[in-house]
Write a protein that binds this ligand. Structure first.
Ligand SMILES: [Zn+2]
Length: 275
């Protein structure tokens, strides 16, 4: 089916207190794993491509494959640029056919973040695409800045993004110490913005009980990059070990790897949906 935007799947998820998984991919096999899981579970899904791939031709090259896979999928698929860092990446992703973009100005001064996010939201709108923004900052490591309720409200009113990423204690990458997730702050932001789908970045490795709590408190999109890519890489290593130095054509070699990836996504999709 045709691609959908965030605004076609997230408001409903927020109302029903469930979350849609957003999985980062950088190759065909990881993308195939996500879409196989969506079909098996009969659930919508979000595929994300990190902004670094748009610093070269990788992002646009990959877009051709992703669009074909998404169109063939029988479930709604959002194709989103993740952490767009500059307006040119927003333009490139939308020109390549993406149905959603994130602009991440979370490290910029508030007004600059508003200005560039609003550009991204307005520009995406001309394509019928959606836009995610971020206020507060989810870092790699311990430099995160927890989102305040006042900033979240002011930022949303100024940008009218379709989804709002908030910083409530998760980090990008794997945790190096026990995470402290501020579910109460999440609830306060959700209460102040009752219609707005909230996004959790840095979902990888977050304890399930924390994930459950924040979904209950307004999170309706959960980003998973690190642990999904890790599953892919570990599965490749397992297959190589099984071969013991023998040769196998790559397409056949990858079939069980795709199955491992699909199983990982399906498990998370069910959990995020409260099943
Ligand atoms: Zn992120």
């Amino acid at each position: 089916m045709p691609l959908v935007s965030l605004s076609e799947i997230l408001p409903q998820a927020r109302r029903q207190k469930r979350a849609v998984g957003a999985f980062n991919v950088a190759n065909y096999e990881c993308a195939l794993g996500v879409l196989k899981a969506a079909e098996a579970e009969k659930m919508p899904v979000i595929i994300q491509v990190f902004q670094r791939l748009f610093r070269s031709e990788k992002g646009s090259d990959l877009a051709g494959t992703l669009l074909r896979l998404a169109h063939r999928c029988k479930q709604p698929v959002v194709l989103q640029l993740d952490h767009g860092a500059e307006p040119d990446q927003i333009r490139a992703a939308l020109a390549a056919g993406f149905s959603s973009v994130m602009f991440d100005g979370s490290k910029l001064p508030f007004d600059k973040n508003v200005e560039l996010t609003k550009f991204a939201a307005d520009y995406a709108g001309t394509f019928g695409a959606s836009c995610e923004g971020e206020i507060g900052h989810v870092a790699m490591g311990d430099e995160s800045a927890i989102t305040t309720v006042a900033d979240a409200v002011k930022f949303y009113q100024a940008t009218k993004v379709d989804a709002l990423a908030v910083s409530i204690g998760t980090v990008h990458g794997y945790y190096t110490s026990e995470p402290k997730i501020d579910a109460e702050r999440c609830r306060e932001i959700a209460d102040a913005l009752p219609e707005v789908p909230l996004v959790l970045h840095g979902g990888s490795g977050t304890p399930p009980e924390d994930i459950r709590k924040v979904i209950e408190n307004g999170i309706s999109k959960i980003n998973i990059a690190t642990e999904y890519m890790d599953t892919f890489l570990k599965s490749v290593r397992r297959q190589l070990d099984l071969l013991g130095g023998k040769f196998k054509p790559i397409d056949l070699f990858m079939d069980p790897v795709v199955d491992d990836c699909a199983a990982h996504v399906a498990r998370l999709m069910r959990f995020f949906a409260g099943k």
